[in-house]
Design a protein around this ligand. Sequence first.
Ligand SMILES: Cc1cc2nc3c(=O)[nH]c(=O)nc-3n(C[C@H](O)[C@H](O)[C@H](O)COP(=O)(O)OP(=O)(O)OC[C@H]3O[C@@H](n4cnc5c(N)ncnc54)[C@H](O)[C@@H]3O)c2cc1C
Length: 376
Amino acid sequence: MPNVQRDNASCDFGRLSTRPPRSVVRPSSVAEISALFREPAPQGALDALPLPRGCGHSSRGESLTDGIAIDMRGLATIHEVTDDRVVVDAGATWREVLAATLAYQRMPPVLTDYLDLTVGGTLSAAGIGGASHIHGTQAANVMELEAVTHAGQIVTCSPTRRSRLFDALRSGMGRQGVITKASLRLIEAPERVLSYRALYDSAAELIAAQGRLVADHISGQAKSSDFELKAVLYDAGGAPPEGLSPIDVEELTFTDFADRLSPDVEKLIELGEWGLPHPWGQVILPAARAAAVIEQTMAETTSADLGFGGVVLVKRFTPGSVPMLGAPSDAVLFALLRTASPGCRAVSEMLLANDRLYQRAAAVGGVPYPPRPLSN
Ligand SMILES: Cc1cc2nc3c(=O)[nH]c(=O)nc-3n(C[C@H](O)[C@H](O)[C@H](O)COP(=O)(O)OP(=O)(O)OC[C@H]3O[C@@H](n4cnc5c(N)ncnc54)[C@H](O)[C@@H]3O)c2cc1C
């Protein structure tokens, strides 16, 4: 079994802490993962159980362990695409999944804004995307999972078969077993999209519009002086969604739309911002209480609190049946995507601001996103 000592698995995208694993294993079969859980830990090793890792794009160290890190990118085959589903290894990225399904004009109903995340990684968080107001989270669009349990058993589970394990794995942050394969629902993919942009004066108006508008993909951002909404229609004519007064409209191929973050990511990499610490603060709020939390938080957030290129997402959505996420059924993702850029607030100050956000969210029945891992 390949065993690479101490690679970049010591840190994640958040770069808030360093935690070198005892070893990194990149399995090329499910049997190798099963063997990891069956092998006794070396004498004196007090580690936790082996922990799966996808692309390491977590931001609070969720993919870090001082035990064995399982590099899931070794298992990234797209097995089968049919009309209603795609069967993929958990280490495949959404970019790889989408490329395979688009060849058949099919797509997963919900894509994350950024495609270079693994299927196992986002199903372990939940996977919230611009279509989650219609289809729920990515975790709610799974038909079946194959997984390795902590006892080393290779099992399949679904909403009707071993449903408790199925519910524990989705949003389980890798602490309930290793997802090795997923059968994901597919829908028809559009060829082109029309993206309408509108501005609102308050969080309450943005959230109300997100709940009212009929569009295939809806996103929102809190900006320094207003709130921006983007409503996207798939393969539509020229009319904007009813009730929307857009300030502009953009036409894109679906492929460019799905991969819309790539140019920004390239720029951030070029500027050295991508490799800086990212003290992201993300919460899921009940829609009815979200506006007050957002307004209060934005009132105390300046550009120095967000860093260069900092973004604040506001997305109303319906989680679907994902018990481990613990989210309200009518929910708003409020995400302060901070970068500790030079000249901006220190990491410690950004983390303190996040703590205030988590407390504020908890007080109204909100939860952190991704969910806090139960152990490790
Ligand atoms: C630029 C960027 C954009 C993002 N956009 C979105 C977005 O639009 N929507 C959204 O919901 N999230 C988004 N995220 C957050 C992202 O969904 C999570 O951080 C996700 O967990 C990252 O996937 P990954 O493959 O990098 O997983 P990792 O960071 O490697 O792992 C994350 C967690 O999943 C567990 N895990 C990984 N693989 C498996 C597996 N096969 N079986 C069981 N557990 C596993 C790990 O143990 C860890 O706890 C974004 C993150 C970044 C950095």
